[in-house]
Design a protein around this ligand. Sequence first.
Ligand code: 3PG
Length: 306
Amino acid sequence: MPKVLIATEKPFAADAVQKIKTELENAGYNYSFLENYTEKSALHNALADAEALIVRSDIIDEAAFNAAPKLKIVVRAGAGYDNIDLKSATAHNVVVMNTPGQNSNAVAELAIGMMIYMARNKFNGKSGTELAGKTLTLYGFGWVARYVAKIAKGIGMDVYAYDPFISDEVIQKEGVKPLHSVEDIFKLGDYISLHIPATEDTKKSVNWNLLSLVKDDAILVNTARKEVIEEDALLKAFAEKKKFRYVSDVAPDNSAKLLELYPDRVFFTPKKMGAQTSEANTNAGIAAAKQIIAYFEKGDVKYKVN
Ligand code: 3PG
């Protein structure tokens, strides 16, 4: 039976691990876990006999594929697969999948939580503001953005979205108002929430052309990827827009400078934690195990991304 390696530098919650094991055992599959590893060599050694691989944000590059001669499939238990070298995967005849939607509610709850945290002055006890009645603009309208929209509407925010790949009808069906340019996202939002993947096209795409448009007191929320922001432009936005604030689930490379210059106007989680819930880990982990089983048993490639 196929041998599955679950390699998670940032491990799944314990009950998620148990459920993944049960799923694989019920299918009669062999498995092993490599958790909290710090050296690439540990990953490479573990890959030597793996036919299937489940990962989170773990970097799976050319060297990893070279170390995995039996590998047939990698499932990224989560949404973003920018950590996987798709060209190399294809060259090694390895199928890559993600598990769209499975951890999205957790990320959405964190995005809303970070908005409230900033609106209430990082819970310092001083008078803050409310989210109700404010305009929220969503850049990208995938699963996370849709969950954010649902919660934000419940709070009473006025929600808009722009996604070049999604029709107005789909956006409107979720009770959200479609926008037709990325500039409008940045101009209109009291809260601007980023939900775009990190690709060659989007990296550093949130640049001064866009950040120059934000309101003086806008709050930019990034639970997507730090790479989509052009960090010098971010610094400039702080200098020019006196009440502009930025919250991010992953600290930018210039976080020390931002924290030093604008301690009240930035917040960064210590470690990427959008999907760090038991529920998200369970949903994404089980989905990954099921997709591997469906691939080997039925050739199912529904969630293939390469
Ligand atoms: C994702 O792309 O699914 C999220 O960013 C979560 O990533 P993680 O599994 O590394 O926490």
